[in-house]
Design a protein around this ligand. Structure first.
Ligand code: UD1
Length: 371
């Protein structure tokens, strides 16, 4: 084969973004695609289950870096990834999203090409240009630096193009292609309807709210966490709240000895069960990035428990409302939804299930001009 491409995955939100791209590259006989898993996430329900459900093949390399401080995790991935670059010499690496694995591999490739004049791996970033303008978010650091290092930048919304242009990225490297995560959602939506999760949890459609929280800004500080939980307790008087718990949040609740018996807790869920729960929820409360986008496409009201979002199209076009952590604001938005006055949204342009197709075509054409 003429071209070798490495696709990197590491943490839960990467898998549903990489899967459609991996699948699409199979249609190009001249391209060999290698999947690499950094091991940033390693638990069965944060990693394995997604490989099974999204039909991702076994990664050719598993770096097994595990958890650690941001520096340790990023550095470990860089060291391991450099060895792979040396041996595999891909023409391009493709990174997705904004997790530590995304930046670590992009940085490793960019550094590699400083030292090696002959072998110059290209870098493509999928989900480029999103900005929360909050440098205390680890993801903001990861996004900005990855974008600065990338040759091809694939964006999900027009604002992302503007952000990149303002940062001095040449326009001919930026491509508004839509949202690969939505490719996965549309592909698996029908299959998710067969999930038995509602039956198992004895839930009725539109009779519950779905909650996810795991951001350090919401769960790491005891006072902030307690403040948020008090609001959730009030909401739970009106509607049952189902809460799949991320391991980070579980750990913090245990450390702080906080009880959340007013919430219907379940372990972190697989892709199909979670998609089913989202699709049939009355509304969703979340601090996740991806869930703001998925609820927009599903037409489910989403209240984002953060002060900002890097995905503004979800509130300008979609069903998202950014409510921050102010109790009165959160409660008043919940009331609106319960009174049948939920925000109605539309689906952003190019969130049509064909984003991977557009990306792979651009990558292929680009590789041909380079080699
Ligand atoms: C990471 C991403 C975040 C993403 C989230 C989705 C970064 C900086 N953050 O956050 O953007 O929204 O994934 O889940 O990359 N842990 C386990 N099992 C695992 C993995 C982690 O128990 O398989 C626990 C460990 O205690 C670990 C903690 O969760 O220290 C945090 O994991 P980490 O990958 O550092 O960050 P996330 O909070 O998961």
């Amino acid at each position: 084969m003429k071209y070798k491409i490495i696709i990197v995955v590491g943490a839960r939100p990467n898998f549903m973004k990489a899967a459609p791209v991996y699948e699409e590259f199979k249609k190009y006989p001249e391209i060999k695609t290698i999947l690499i898993h950094t091991g940033q996430h390693y638990d069965q329900n944060l990693s394995r289950v997604f490989f099974d459900e999204l039909k991702l093949p076994e990664p050719k390399f598993y770096l097994g870096v595990g958890s650690g401080s941001h520096s340790i995790q990023t550095a470990k991935i860089m060291i391991e990834f450099e060895t792979i670059l040396q041996k595999q010499k891909p023409n391009m690496i493709v990174v997705v999203g904004d997790v530590n694995s995304t930046l670590a591999c992009a940085l490793s490739a960019a550094k590699y090409r400083c030292l090696n004049k002959v072998y110059q791996p290209l870098i493509a970033h999928i989900e480029a240009g999103l900005r929360s303008f909050d440098w205390r978010m680890p993801e903001e650091i990861n996004r900005r630096l990855t974008d600065a290092l990338s040759d091809l930048l694939f964006t999900t919304e027009p604002q992302a193009n503007d952000n990149l242009l303002k940062e001095g990225i040449e326009p001919n490297r930026i491509f508004y292609v839509g949202n690969v995560m939505i490719d996965s959602l549309l592909k698996f939506k029908a299959q998710a309807r067969k999930s038995k999760i509602l039956k198992e949890l004895k839930l009725k459609e539109k009779n519950y709210a779905l909650l996810t929280i795991h951001r350090p800004t919401n769960v790491d500080d005891k006072k902030d966490l307690e403040k948020l939980l008090q609001v959730l307790k009030k909401i739970a008087d009106s509607i049952e709240i189902v809460f799949p718990i991320h391991p980070r949040t579980r750990k913090m609740l245990e450390d702080y000895k906080i009880s959340i018996d007013f919430l219907r807790t379940v372990p972190a869920l697989g892709y199909l069960d979670f998609l089913r729960l989202m699709s049939d929820a009355k509304f969703v409360l979340t601090d996740s990035g991806g869930i703001q986008e998925e609820t927009t496409v599903l037409g489910i009201p989403c209240l984002t428990l953060r002060k900002n979002t890097e995905r503004p199209i979800t509130f300008s076009v979609g069903t998202n409302t950014v409510v921050g952590n102010e109790p009165t604001h959160i409660i008043s938005e919940v009331k609106k939804i319960l009174q049948g006055k939920a925000k109605k949204g539309n689906i952003p342009e190019f969130w049509d299930g064909r984003t991977a197709e557009r990306i792979c075509k651009i990558v292929y054409d680009y590789l041909r001009t380079q080699h």
